[in-house]
Design a protein around this ligand. Structure first.
Ligand code: SF4
Length: 274
């Protein structure tokens, strides 16, 4: 997850700039989805996620006393944005290619995420019927059937599976609560609309070595997604000991996904935001 950052600012300013201060933001130029409307169901200007990825542009977790925005507020702000889109044919001068639940962490942590998705789908159908709805998720909450039922109604659910081994998952993604990466992959397999999203990194943690890629491919097979999206860091990570993976390495891994798992795979190693 994460949103467009100020690439010219220093690390602290970059974290602050990356946090959404509203429920709706953008348009966000995304490498994977084009120009998107960002939807933030997390506390405003505070991160809330089930993971603590070492590369996260949003910085450390915010205080857990900051409330989630209400579904009513989200509905009003989304309606305003989509009415602009309907009336002008674009959003702030840009065509929109996706409505993306991302923002300050993982939207599935919102206590009324099912109601918020009801609102999103209703307003999308009424005001922007051709624009797909996408969730970027850490995947941990997908182990709960009621969360899977809610997100299965979206057009696409991009589930983060960076690691192959449980050990690498815990070092790179650092879940707050104990959870097996295999259980996330198995939960993704229950969805009709899941894709796998994987950030490739080298350096202090490396998920491109053969043993990790072998284990990761097994999880990808288990998750049985429609597609796999591989991407590399596109800016200096918060964790300085991580390095960007060369495009040729990412492409070799993508070819293994296509050849060995028979699953479509895209690579994003340069350009704009995720
Ligand atoms: S899943 Fe990782 S990268 Fe995304 S918001 Fe959570 S901690 Fe940050």
């Amino acid at each position: 997850m994460g949103i467009e950052s100020d690439k010219t600012a220093g690390p602290d300013a970059r974290v602050h700039a990356a946090l959404a201060v509203d429920t709706i933001y953008g348009p966000v130029p995304s490498r994977r989805y084009g120009n998107t409307l960002g939807i933030n169901l997390l506390p405003l200007d505070h991160k809330r996620c089930s993971l603590r990825c070492t590369y996260c542009q949003l910085g450390p977790e915010g205080r857990d006393t900051v409330p989630f925005p209400s579904v009513e507020r989200f509905a009003a702000e989304l309606r305003g944005a989509l009415e602009l889109l309907r009336d002008h044919g674009d959003f702030r001068g840009y065509p929109l290619h996706g409505l993306v639940l991302s923002g300050n962490g993982d939207a599935t942590l919102h206590p009324q995420v099912a109601e918020a998705i009801d609102v999103l789908l209703h307003l999308r159908d009424e005001l922007a019927p051709n624009v797909p709805t996408i969730l970027l998720t850490a995947g941990t909450e997908l182990i709960h059937p009621h969360i899977r039922s809610a997100v299965a109604r979206l057009d696409e659910v991009a589930v983060k599976i960076d690691g192959g081994s449980q050990q690498l998952f815990e070092r790179l993604n650092m879940p707050f609560q104990p959870i097996l990466l295999r259980d996330i992959a198995a939960a993704a397999a229950e969805l009709p609309n899941a894709i796998v999203q994987t950030l490739l990194v080298q350096g202090s943690v490396d998920n491109t070595v053969a043993a990790e890629v072998d284990a990761w491919l097994e999880l990808v097979r288990l998750a049985h997604p429609r597609r796999v999206d591989l991407y590399a860091l596109d800016r200096a990570p918060i964790e300085k000991k991580l390095r960007k993976v060369p495009g040729i390495v990412a492409e070799a891994i993508a070819q293994r996904v296509r050849d060995e798992a028979g699953i479509a795979c895209r690579v994003f190693s340069d350009g704009l935001n995720d």
